[in-house]
Design a protein around this ligand. Structure first.
Ligand code: TXA
Ligand code: MG
Length: 343
């Protein structure tokens, strides 16, 4: 299949300036085809969430196991009520935060086929805060199932080019509006239980949710092989480049890198780190993550491009700087720990 690759500048009035492009995308979604689009977190691979065969196409295009449920995207809170059971707590929370990099797991209504939710009786719902995503969702008035638009196992895509590299020939269209802002995927919050649980950390943190929900648990940290995890996606190896990832704080990273270079024979080495480390090491192969370890927004924004860079240069060994687990740093370290995991 030929993949159409359309560039959209998100700065202006997207709905007015890109009528033709949006109409073409909506037509494809309505016809059961797949359209990748930007969100404020990462790019999503969209298909009609009311249609089981669109969901099947999403799993096939990504090479994703079909027990790993998809996030359903809508334009506004009122549309969430059409696909999920929304209690007062969830409605109030969404009214405060959304549109946002926040995904709420809620009991699903029958209109969402079980193919979309990996057989679960809950559905993960998100209202993205990105002008292109909003324009697309408003124009099509369909709930759009969209996992991250990467091949399964690869880092999530934060540019249209990442999407095109992974999925060209497998999907109908890519709407490309450059670099995604936040860079790590949304916070997944389970609201089907009395005490809400963050199943996947993201830009909306437990501290931000606390005034509205009280203490929020952070779950899904490391999931053992046999238990059935609440966020099924957490059990799969993720984000992993081909090379071995070694995750270290700045000072230890500097020492370990120097030792590895001196010892030689370890193949091609790449460094993912901030200016503070890069200045001292001047490595041949590197991807910059920000100014220093406190520059957490930059780390989130750059981390997936950095992991992809390692595969592009064919790194065998990757030294990656650690970040403090505060704010969005929790999400960054969660993804890096997965990238460094052995299994
Ligand atoms: O930022 C994001 O969330 C991006 C953009 C495109 O919106 N999407 C995304 O989707 O990251 P995906 O499919 O790559 O990750 C969805 C995560 C998985 O870990 C999945 O297991 C979990 O959400 N999930 C989805 N539905 C669920 C459900 N009903 N119950 C528990 N976890 C669920
Ligand atoms: Mg994903």
């Amino acid at each position: 299949m030929e993949t159409k690759w359309l560039k959209l500048n998100p700065a202006g009035d997207v709905a007015a300036e890109y009528k033709r492009e949006l109409a073409a995308a909506v037509e494809l979604l309505r016809a059961g085809e797949l359209v990748a689009f930007p969100t404020e977190t990462v790019y999503g691979l969209g298909g009609n969430a009311l249609d089981a065969s669109s969901a099947a196409k999403i799993y096939a295009a990504k090479g994703r196991p079909s027990d790993n449920p998809l996030i359903v995207h809508v334009a506004e809170v009122e549309q969430v009520m059409e696909i999920a059971e929304v209690d007062e707590r969830a409605a109030a929370l969404m009214r405060v935060f959304c549109p946002a990099p926040l995904t709420c797991v809620l009991p699903k209504l029958p209109c969402i086929p079980s193919e979309v939710t990996g057989g679960l009786d809950t559905v993960a719902v998100r209202i993205p805060n990105h002008p292109v995503a909003q324009a697309l969702l408003r124009r099509c008035r369909l709930p759009v199932a969209a996992p991250s638009a990467n091949l399964s196992g690869k880092p999530s895509p934060t540019t249209g080019e990442h999407v095109y590299r992974d999925l060209a020939g497998r999907i109908a269209m890519v709407l490309d509006s450059g670099s995604a802002g936040i860079g790590v995927e949304s916070t997944v919050l389970d609201l089907t239980v009395e005490q809400p649980v963050i199943l996947r950390p993201g830009a909306v943190t437990a501290e931000m949710l606390k005034p509205y929900l009280g203490e929020v648990l952070l779950g899904g940290k490391k999931v053992g092989g046999r238990e059935i995890p609440k966020a099924p996606g957490m059990k799969y190896r993720h984000y992993a480049p081909k090379g071995k990832v070694v995750l270290l704080p700045a000072a230890e990273l500097i020492a370990a890198y120097r030792q590895a270079v001196q010892a030689g024979g370890g193949g091609k080495i790449a460094v993912l780190a901030t200016d503070e480390v890069l200045r001292q090491l001047q490595p041949q192969h590197y991807h910059r993550l920000g100014v220093d370890a406190n520059d957490l927004q930059a780390a989130a924004h750059n981390i997936f491009a950095g992991l992809r860079y390692c595969d592009l240069v064919g790194a065998d060994m990757i030294f990656c700087e650690e970040f403090p687990e505060q704010g969005i740093g929790v999400a960054v370290m969660n993804r890096l720990a997965k990238a460094a995991a052995e299994e």
